[in-house]
Design a protein around this ligand. Structure first.
Ligand SMILES: [Zn+2]
Length: 221
């Protein structure tokens, strides 16, 4: 949505969308969960039934859902085939689960079918965006609250993303990816822009009002 807002060449709309993204991330930092219904309603009102952006979000959403579910099933599968990971190599298990999950996603995408596709081809990099999303969340927390968040069970999302790219580059996954690359390129533009804006505004003291360290500490406890 933040990307889409740039195309209006209207600073007010752009500012609203930036703030929404920032508030969303801030709330995730404070509450550890997504924003509430009223915020979503405000967002949907702004989108005002724009079918293109809704379809884009939905298509990416399903690819990420399949990836997440396949990742969890992969853990069960790895346990089932008796694969053992020592305490020191738990990260390896996460990478293996990601690799199996991404293989499943890519194979679903590549499967030729006369019916409606289950997952849209152009969303093939959505799992990478999913990792970028976690990275943005950690980044926001770092800038706003000066903490280093880490998930004790999963490796750093940037590293996970790197491994996903290594998988998709393999010869066995060969499909037309121009739209997918275009989508991811656009996503990275706003990813960078969001990071720059948050950092600059924080430095200038413009975000002081939305930083709720007390509330955050309470929620965390
Ligand atoms: Zn896992």
């Amino acid at each position: 949505m933040f990307k889409w807002s740039k195309e209006f060449d209207n600073l007010d709309i752009y500012g609203d969308c930036f703030r929404y993204t920032l508030f969303l991330m801030n709330d995730v930092c404070i509450f550890g969960e997504m924003q509430a219904l009223d915020a979503n309603n405000a967002l949907l009102h702004l989108l005002n039934g724009d079918m293109q952006i809704m379809k884009l979000a939905e298509d990416c959403y399903w690819t990420i859902v399949v990836f997440s579910m396949a990742h969890e099933i992969a853990h069960a599968y790895l346990a089932h085939i008796g694969k053992k990971y020592s305490e020191r190599h738990l990260e390896k298990e996460e990478y293996d689960a990601d690799a199996i999950a991404y293989d499943i996603v890519l194979k679903i995408i590549m499967k030729e079918s006369n019916e409606e596709p289950i997952l849209e081809k152009y969303t093939y990099l959505a799992p990478a965006m999913y990792m970028d999303f976690f990275d943005l969340y950690y980044y926001t927390d770092r800038v706003l609250y000066k903490t280093m968040l880490s998930d004790s069970e999963h490796p750093n999302p940037v590293k996970r993303k790197g491994k996903l790219f290594a998988i998709v580059d393999r010869d066995e996954y060969d499909f037309d990816t121009i739209d997918g690359n275009h989508l991811y390129g656009g996503f990275l533009d706003v990813y960078d822009e969001y990071r720059d804006q948050v950092f600059l505004k924080k430095e200038k003291g413009k975000l002081d009002k939305i930083i709720h360290t007390e509330r955050r500490n309470r929620m965390r406890r």
